[in-house]
Design a protein around this ligand. Structure first.
Ligand SMILES: [Zn+2]
Ligand SMILES: [Zn+2]
Length: 257
């Protein structure tokens, strides 16, 4: 039994790790190419504080920890631990994925606030060495930081009846938005990314790296607004970016004669 469980864990881990590295590299390279074509969308004037390859390797190292959490949760659920998953259907998969995303946002906010306290900050400091983040720095950091944040993936399939496909969707959403959130270039500013909506764009987490004390949440601005930790200039910055996008679009539609 134990050997079967270990073999299943190892196979799941290998699959999840290969998929995570593939998403990391393919999306990172795609965003880099898009960013090169839009230098005017760079958020900070400062250059990245660490080099590309060391950031990439640091992130891949932390993906080992993340994938361990994900594979552990999936393996234990498949072995019959916890509440057991719902039958995957057209409603259960999106419902549980949506619930997982909302819960992960709350979990991330709480753990992230904890990581900013004096006793725990040493585990989070390596991630903050990147004051100007890039697509490659999204996962970089200390293993304890990653384990605290991503132990959510061990608990989720044990405490809630989440089908496997929903876990995959939550993780994909998490990884893709994290890479975009660290990309250093703004492409997604819009009305739904600022008050009174709760969406967030790249500026959000970028401000967390440049100002440290604001914008702790992961997917929505809800918890930062509730607890008063949203950057005071966030909504204004998003509006400014919208204005720049509108001006670029207007210039494109009516080029100077
Ligand atoms: Zn932080
Ligand atoms: Zn970050």
């Amino acid at each position: 039994m134990t050997e079967t469980l270990l073999a299943e864990f190892a196979a799941t881990w290998a699959l999840v790790f290969a998929a995570s590295v593939a998403v990391f590299l393919s999306l990172g390279l795609t965003l880099e190419a898009i960013n090169r074509r839009h230098p005017e969308r760079k958020i900070q004037q400062r250059e990245a504080s660490s080099d590309r390859i060391s950031d990439m390797l640091a992130s891949i190292r932390q993906l080992v920890v993340t994938c361990t959490c994900i594979a552990l949760g999936i393996t234990l659920q498949r072995a019959g631990w916890g509440v057991g998953p719902l039958e995957p259907t057209w409603w259960s998969v999106p419902l549980m994925a949506g619930l997982g995303i909302v819960l992960l946002d709350a979990w991330f906010y709480a753990v992230h606030r904890l990581l900013h306290t004096r006793p725990l900050y040493r585990f989070h400091k390596p991630h903050h060495l990147n004051v100007t983040p890039t697509v490659w720095s999204n996962d970089s950091g200390h293993a304890v930081d990653t384990a605290m944040t991503h132990s959510f993936y061990v608990l989720l399939p044990l405490l809630l009846p989440v089908p496997l496909l929903s876990i995959v969707l939550v993780r994909l959403f998490d990884q893709i938005t994290a890479i975009i959130g660290h990309s250093g270039y703004e492409h997604f500013a819009g009305a739904t990314m600022r008050w009174p909506w709760l969406g967030i764009c790249t500026v959000y987490h970028d401000q967390h790296h440049s100002a440290f004390r604001y914008n702790y949440a992961n997917f929505f601005s809800l918890w930062d607004r509730v607890f008063g930790t949203i950057h005071p200039d966030y909504d204004t910055e998003v509006t400014k970016w919208e204005g720049r996008f509108d001006a670029t679009e207007a210039a494109r539609r009516s080029p100077a004669k």
